[in-house]
Design a protein around this ligand. Structure first.
Ligand code: PGA
Length: 226
């Protein structure tokens, strides 16, 4: 576990790790999250990519998840990643993958050699990607109904909870656990209790993030002490 002193330091630590992976293996497959927590890191990667010091031309980037049927394209995670990261990089369009646009996401990931590094946020209810409480370990990419707490947490993107889509598609727990390396990022006091439960409590579908303790190469980066 890496405890940093601030959100800026967390973002820096994560961005440096992604750059290291990209330099060591230029054709790396990344699993990439959306949400507020990775924004600082994406800002740094965007700056460095604008300066042309990063080469994404051979990388493959897989969204962790996507809404089904949001009212507008600007509300999709695809759009989020495009605006906050991809448009600053030379990552080819054909190397950007969205589970919504693929019949066999797990087969696709495997045919690309598997995920090298997957970054995950944690929801206040313990979800990772959109694997909500109750998701079993033996889950691959699947569609699901979002919980009300997740829809509430994401309402600011949609101008109110009623407009948040009810369904989504997500990499499963097994998809995530198959990644060579995992990084879980958590920022701010509001994530302390759930992270504690995930890391120190029993491994259980009640807290999907608890399944991460079954993985041999997980790094947790926080800006608070557990
Ligand atoms: P957040 O979302 O980064 O906006 O807190 C995390 C998540 O719900 O996975």
């Amino acid at each position: 576990m890496t405890k940093t002193d601030s959100y800026e330091a967390l973002s820096h630590e994560l961005a440096e790790t992604i750059v290291k992976q990209l330099r060591e293996k230029p054709n790396s497959c990344f699993g990439l999250p959306t949400g507020r927590t990775p924004l600082g890191c994406y800002g740094l990667l965007s700056q460095w990519s604008d300066m042309r010091v990063l080469d994404w031309s051979r990388a493959r980037c897989f969204q962790l998840d996507e809404y089904i049927d949001p009212a507008e394209r600007s509300m999709t995670f695809e759009h989020f990643l495009e605006q906050n990261l991809f448009k600053h990089t030379n990552l080819p369009e054909e190397n950007r993958f969205n589970p919504r646009q693929c019949d066999d996401y797990d087969g696709l990931i495997q045919s690309c050699g598997g995920l090298d590094l997957t970054i995950l946020g944690i929801g206040s209810n313990g979800h990772i990607a959109f694997n909500e409480p109750g998701t079993v370990r033996e889950s691959w990419t699947h569609c699901l109904w979002l919980t009300e707490s997740t829809r509430e947490a994401n309402k600011s993107y949609f101008g109110g909870q009623p407009r948040v889509p009810r369904q989504a598609i997500t990499m499963g727990i097994e998809t995530i656990l198959q990644s060579d390396k995992l990084i879980l990022i958590a920022s701010g006091d509001k994530k302390r209790a759930i992270l504690e439960r995930a890391m120190l409590g029993p491994v259980s579908a009640d807290v999907p993030a608890s399944f991460l303790s079954l993985h041999p190469h997980v790094t947790i980066i926080t800006d608070f002490d557990l």
